[in-house]
Design a protein around this ligand. Structure first.
Ligand code: GLY
Ligand code: MN
Ligand code: MN
Length: 452
C-alpha cells in the first residue's frame, strides 16, 4: 500500500501547531503538555488491559501503542516529545523514532516513565513562564502530581481542541482512506468465508487475516452476525457453530491506520433472487439504494438531524412498499413505528475515535440535542467541509422492540405475518464513511471497494 499519508504529514503538523497556538492564545495559556497515557493493570493481577493512547496525542503522532510519552506544544517552538524508550527485557521497547514523522519534532528520549516531568521542568526553567501557564491533556494518574486540578483537561481548551478535530486535514483523510482500503479487502474476504459456509468465529479470523490486524488494533469489536444475531445492534458473540440454514450475514467491521478508523457495515442474503428469501435480498438492495441517496444529500451546511429524519421517512417508505406495515410511511414516522425497525442514529463523526468527538455540540461547546424521540443520534451538527462521518441506516427485526409495540403500540399497523417471515434474517445495516466537501462528499468506503 502507498503510505500516501506520509506526504501530508509536514503540513498536518504545521496545521496542528497553528490550531493549538490559536487555542492557547484564546485560553490565555503558554503551553500544553499532552500525555499519551499509562497502561491500566487488571485488579490484583499483573496483566494490562489493551492500551490505547490519548487521542489528542495521536492527533500529533502516529505512535499507536506508546505509553508514558508526552508532547509539549508551545507557540513558535518545534513541538517537543519526551519519548519513553525504557531498557526492558520483559516487553519490547518502542523502536527508535522514524524520520518521516520524527523530523518534525524535537525528540528527547527518556528511559523512566516519569521522564516527561523532568523534561518539562527543564524546558520551563529556560523559559519565561511557570507550571500554572501550562495545561495538561490526558488521563495519566501521574499528571495529578505535577498539575493543579484546574490545569488538567480544562474544559474550554479541550472543547477547542475537540472542535478542531472535526475538521480533518489531508493527512488524516489519507489515513482514513487507507483504513477504508484495508477494511474493504477484509470485508471481501469475510464475505467469501460466509459464502463458503463458515462460522462467525471463522469469518472473524479470516477478516483479521486479510487486514493483518490483531483484535486490539481494530477500531471497535467487529460485529460478525449470522441470521438473527444481525438484530442485536452491537452483537459481540463469535459462534463456532454454523446455524442451519444460514440465511443472512451482517458484518460491521473496520480497520485502523495510525489510529484513524474506518467503520463499515455490509449485509448479505445467503441466496440472491426471490426464491426462498422471503424478499430479504430485495430488502437489502432497497436499503443500499436508499443509503446512497442519503449520501447524495451530504454537503457543507446540511443539518445532520434533517438527514436522520429523512432516513426515517425513507425507511418507513421501504417498510410500506415491502408490505411490512399497514399504515402510510408518514404515519409510521409520526407514531414512532419507524423507530421499532430503525432504533439507532444515522451516523456519527469518525476519526481517531470510531464515535469521534464534538458530534453533539456546536463550535462553542453548547449542546445540540437530538430531535425529540431520537435519543441515540450521535451527530446533531450542521456539517462543515473536512468533517468525516458515517451514513448507516438500518432496518431490523428486533424481538423486544416488536413485542413492546405489539403490547403498547398500534398493533394493527404492522403486518405481523411478513414480520415473522423476515425475523429469522435478523436485520440490515449499510454503512459508509464519507468526507464532507463544499459541494458534496467523497465516499471513502465505496472508493475503497471500487479500487480492490
Ligand atoms: N460499529 C459501530 C458503529 O457503527 O457505530
Ligand atoms: Mn458507525
Ligand atoms: Mn459500524
Amino acid at each position: 500500500m502507498s503510505k500516501e499519508y506520509k506526504e501530508y504529514f509536514a503540513a498536518h503538523v504545521a496545521e496542528m501547531q497553528r490550531r493549538w497556538t490559536t487555542a492557547l492564545d484564546a485560553e490565555n495559556l503558554q503551553a500544553i503538555l499532552v500525555h499519551s497515557g499509562t497502561p491500566l493493570i487488571s485488579f490484583q493481577d499483573d496483566y494490562e488491559y489493551a492500551f490505547r493512547p490519548n487521542p489528542h496525542f495521536l492527533a500529533w503522532l502516529p505512535l499507536t501503542h506508546h505509553h508514558d510519552s508526552a508532547l509539549l506544544v508551545r507557540p513558535g517552538k518545534k513541538p517537543c516529545i519526551f519519548y519513553y524508550q525504557p531498557e526492558d527485557f520483559w516487553y519490547l521497547a518502542p523502536a527508535d523514532p522514524e524520520p518521516w514523522w520524527a523530523d518534525h519534532f524535537d525528540i528527547q528520549l527518556v528511559n523512566q516513565a516519569d521522564g516527561w516531568c523532568t523534561g518539562l521542568f527543564s524546558k520551563l526553567n529556560g523559559g519565561s513562564f511557570g507550571i500554572r501557564d501550562v495545561a495538561a491533556i490526558g488521563d495519566a494518574p501521574s499528571l495529578a502530581g505535577t498539575f493543579e486540578d484546574d490545569r488538567i483537561n480544562p474544559r474550554g481548551l479541550v472543547n477547542r481542541l475537540q472542535v478542531e478535530r472535526t475538521r480533518k486535514t489531508p493527512y488524516e483523510i489519507a489515513c482514513m482512506m487507507e483504513a477504508s482500503q484495508l477494511a474493504a479487502r477484509a470485508h471481501v474476504e469475510a464475505e467469501s468465508a460466509f459464502r463458503e459456509g463458515e462460522s462467525e468465529w471463522r469469518i472473524h479470523q479470516r477478516y483479521l487475516g486479510a487486514c493483518e490486524h490483531t483484535d486490539a488494533q481494530l477500531p471497535y469489536n467487529n460485529i460478525v452476525a449470522l441470521n438473527t444475531h444481525g438484530s442485536v445492534l452491537h452483537y459481540q458473540g463469535r459462534d463456532v457453530a454454523v446455524p442451519d440454514p444460514v440465511r443472512s450475514f451482517l458484518l460491521d467491521a473496520g480497520c485502523t491506520v495510525n489510529a484513524y478508523a474506518s467503520d463499515i457495515t455490509r449485509t448479505y442474503a445467503a441466496r440472491d433472487g426471490a426464491s426462498g428469501e422471503d424478499g430479504f435480498a430485495q430488502l437489502v438492495a432497497a436499503m443500499d439504494t436508499m443509503q446512497q441517496g442519503l449520501i447524495e444529500a451530504v454537503r457543507t451546511g446540511l443539518d445532520y438531524r434533517e438527514l436522520h429524519l429523512q432516513a426515517h421517512r425513507e425507511i418507513a417508505g421501504i417498510l410500506e412498499s415491502f408490505d411490512l406495515i399497514k399504515v402510510p410511511a408518514d404515519d409510521a414516522v409520526a407514531t414512532g413505528l419507524s423507530s421499532v425497525f430503525y432504533p439507532h442514529g444515522l451516523g456519527h463523526f469518525i476519526g481517531l475515535q470510531t464515535h469521534d468527538v464534538s458530534g453533539l455540540t456546536d463550535n462553542e461547546g453548547r449542546a445540540i440535542p437530538p430531535p425529540e424521540g431520537h435519543p441515540f443520534l450521535r451527530l446533531t451538527r450542521v456539517l462543515e467541509a473536512g468533517n468525516v462521518l458515517t451514513i448507516e441506516p438500518g432496518l431490523y427485526f428486533i424481538e423486544p422492540l416488536l413485542r413492546q409495540w405489539q403490547e403498547n403500540g398500534d398493533a394493527a399497523a404492522v403486518n405481523w405475518d411478513r414480520v415473522e417471515a423476515l425475523k429469522p434474517y435478523g436485520g440490515i445495516r449499510i454503512e459508509d464513511n464519507v468526507v464532507v466537501t463544499e459541494t458534496g462528499s467523497n465516499n471513502l468506503t465505496r472508493q475503497a471497494f471500487a479500487t480492490l
